[in-house]
Design a protein around this ligand. Sequence first.
Ligand code: DMJ
Length: 461
Amino acid sequence: MPRNLFKLLFACAVLSTHLASAQNTVHNAAATPKKNLTNAEMANRVRQEFLHAWNGYKKYAWGHDELKPLSKSYRDWHSVSLYMTPVDALDTMVLMGLKTEAASTREYIVKNLSFDQDIEVKNFEVTIRMLGGLLSAYQLTGDKRLLAMADDLGTRLLPAFNSPTGMPYMYVNLKTGATRGAVSNPAEIGTLLIEFGTLSKLTGKPIYYEKAKHALVELYNRRSPIGLVGSSINVETGVWTDPASHVSGGIDSYYEYLLKCSILFDDKDCARMWQSSIAALNKYVADDTTNGLWYGTVDMNTGARMATHFGALDAFFPAVLALGGDIDRARRLQESSYKMWTAFGIEPEELDYSTMKVTSGGYPLRPEIMESAYYLHHYTNDPRYLEMGRTIFDSLVTYCKADVGYAALKNVETKEKRDNMESFFFAETLKYSYLLFAPAKTLDLNKVVFNTEAHPIRKTW
Ligand code: DMJ
């Protein structure tokens, strides 16, 4: 990096830290929607809001998994903390140029985080947040201690795959390897290969790739005759226990990883599985209505429509469609997601798109709609997606900003806040918001693949 540019970035980071320490000023300034900010000003605004949330976490929840922003306390997922927020947030800090903060957070994680704990963790959540976060931070910083920690974590998660089918159990104990949770779903079974595969490539240990790939193939092989998967499956018997097929939570990132693993690993099986899956989704699950394009719920065996529901989680799909080259459907679906957002001023967890009535009204600070705006802007350069990003970010600040950190909403119609700030707010929501407005050179989307928690992985093999 040229010296002057380095100095400039450093000066920006210092300036942002100073701005964030004057919390009240930042709060009041940012609460007013800013219509005419340049992209650079928007990126800086996102960075200030990151610091507002991060400083809240540091003050009231440091060393714990998450900040509880309203009660100004903290929440740990288990009996000991796994430093979920710092691990999830680290690569966002690096990308935002917050060098001092990133360096001290990295040091803290390396010195304090231990996976040698007698706790039962959710394989999927720990893989996408912790393994993904450690691997991406390793690639961005070159700090080999992070790779060693990822390797240790990967080894402790491997017993999850010891089911009769090879599809992983939901839970695994990090110390004993004991497993639990035979009834799982496509997202939890099929969203592991980016992380486990990358671990294999970076450590030279093939077992991680093999286990995660085998699980993905076993799942795909149980697709229905019309090419769809259901919502839940028993990993011991391989029998589906819920035939509802959609692209929402519980299935979503299974499809995402078929495509992304075909790109990241040049894996031809994944490419083939993606091609046949997207064809089935577009034939049966897509719902082209007078109210726009949506993806609803159908029976995996018959294709019969079961529900016309779409929600905040489904809003990741335009990004995947765009990455897969289907810009037309990506654009149309993003318009539907945006309609869902603007109908209430902020998006609900789920609505019925045939009536536009809310069926589940919370908003846990989800990133997916911003992720899709970022992908679509990258592929089309259309200012429409910057406009969307501005509106979405303005609503976030207006409705979710708390005195300390950011808070989820209990109900998007009343805008009542909930005492919760998930780590994905740092890993994803703020990262995609920043990248949408930051100069393209901050991170070249053509050169990385984001895991489903927005941790960018570079193909160095
Ligand atoms: C994240 O943990 C991941 O993006 C996951 O794939 C879906 N849910 C959350 C964010 O909404």
